[in-house]
Design a protein around this ligand. Structure first.
Ligand SMILES: Nc1ncnc2c1ncn2[C@@H]1O[C@H](COP(=O)(O)OP(=O)(O)O)[C@@H](O)[C@H]1O
Ligand SMILES: [Mg+2]
Length: 397
């Protein structure tokens, strides 16, 4: 019987649970020092920078669990994806903040604090209806530092040593000048007016290009943030992740299938979970064989492809010549050189190859290799998916 009804230890698309969290020692260390300083009253700002699926939300969740356990911080993790204006931001932050407070006393105090803004609550912590009155919302973000400080003084301080606020996925706000200047002036106000009095730790996360946009919008905002670049995990970390995840169900992977899963994960946490989940689903005993791994990989490539790659290909393939290039390229392998490409493509295709390449690089499907004239698909799962696409195993459009 396949594992259709057993809960998978893998969590594609969701931050990982702390017991399966691997790696990030260096990143964690670099934040830890500032967390403990913050507990002493020094406010701090971090920006976690990295592409989708690299592990930003999981890392900040992990930091939050630690800060709450070791430093008695209240930690609030707010998702701002899709938010583009400061009003929406204020609405989303305070609504999610209220919904996340899991202590009854604290919630009661928060309810009183926000009484002018709450338009209804169905039950403790659930269904908080926050005001959508624009005037009220603009008061909240225009007085961001003071609102946070008095929220700290009146609501949190009696039971907590600090406040960690995670604003996750600020991508939509990065180009908003009001957002950037709000961050900068709040930082200055807190540091000068409430030095040693308000232990406030702010973590923002977003795509690298959004960080640069934000800094371009307001240069001084760049100076107040310490930046952590989220990179790929090492193969050892990926391997130990697979081991512990499968072990939760008493499953072991043989050497060869393990190597296959690790290599195709390419240190990318999102791929690692998709692959693990797909392999877990096809496996039916307590050993992951090479057959399970191959079947699982193919399924995972399809999942990843439809979720992350397909829309990019649609945008690349606005010409039939580009499309046929993309169908041929994966035949060479996960990486290829200009001379191999010249042999493979027709004259007409080769003529537009440089333009194709520029487009594919912009979309992050193909990357420059280490040597001149060498190229790679962005990761092995992208390559695998495109190979299926090329072999027409995937019905495409
Ligand atoms: N350190 C980690 N250990 C194990 N799994 C992780 C780790 N970081 C991320 N993941 C997993 O990888 C996927 C992408 O992680 P996520 O934190 O959502 O990335 P991001 O926020 O950068 O888009 C999720 O399925 C998550 O469970
Ligand atoms: Mg995320």
């Amino acid at each position: 019987m396949e594992n259709l009804y057993i809960e998978s230890p893998f969590s594609p698309g969701r931050p990982v649970s702390p017991d399966l969290f691997v790696g990030r020692d260096k990143e964690f260390e670099s934040i830890l020092r500032y967390l403990s300083q913050c507990a002493g009253g020094r406010n701090e700002n971090f920006f976690i920078r990295g592409p989708r699926g690299i592990g930003k939300s999981s890392f900040t969740d992990y930091v939050a669990k630690f800060a709450s356990r070791e430093f008695s911080f209240t930690c609030l993790h707010v998702y701002l994806s899709g938010v583009t204006t400061p009003e929406e931001m204020a609405y989303t932050i305070f609504k999610q903040m209220l919904e996340q407070i899991d202590d009854k006393n604290l919630f009661e105090r928060a309810k009183i604090f926000f009484s002018d803004y709450i338009s209804g609550i169905s039950a403790f912590g659930f269904g908080v209806q926050f005001t959508s009155n624009r005037k009220k919302l603009s008061f909240l973000w225009q007085n961001w530092a003071s609102v946070l400080h008095s929220f700290w003084e009146k609501v949190l301080k009696p039971d907590n040593k600090g406040l960690l606020l995670i604003l996750d996925d600020i991508n939509g706000l990065a180009r908003n000048a009001q957002f950037a200047s709000m961050l900068k002036s709040a930082n200055d106000t807190i540091a000068s007016r409430w030095w040693k009095e308000f232990p406030f730790f702010l973590i923002l996360s977003g795509f690298p290009e959004r960080w640069w946009e934000m800094v371009k919008t307001n240069e001084s905002v760049g100076r107040i943030f310490k930046v952590i670049n989220m990179k790929r995990l090492s193969n050892d970390e990926v391997s130990s992740f697979f081991k512990s995840a499968f072990k939760m169900h008493g499953i072991k992977a043989e050497k060869e299938p393990m190597e296959l899963m690790v290599n195709y994960s390419y240190g990318l946490p999102a791929s690692m979970h998709e692959i693990g989940d797909a392999v877990f689903l096809v496996n039916s005993d307590d050993i992951i064989s090479i057959d399970d791994a191959v079947k699982g990989l193919k399924n995972a490539a399809r999942n990843i492809g439809t979720r992350y790659i397909e829309h990019k290909i649609f945008r690349t393939l606005n010409s039939s010549r580009y499309r046929s290039i993309l169908e041929k390229l994966p035949q060479i392998g996960p990486s290829f050189s200009s001379s191999e490409v010249r042999e493979l493509l027709s004259k007409n295709e080769y003529k537009v190859f440089q333009n194709f390449l520029r487009r594919a690089r912009e979309l992050g499907i193909i990357l420059l290799g280490d040597k001149k004239g060498e190229y790679n698909f962005s990761d092995p799962m992208t390559w695998l998916y495109l190979r299926f696409f090329a072999e027409k195993k995937i019905k495409f459009n």
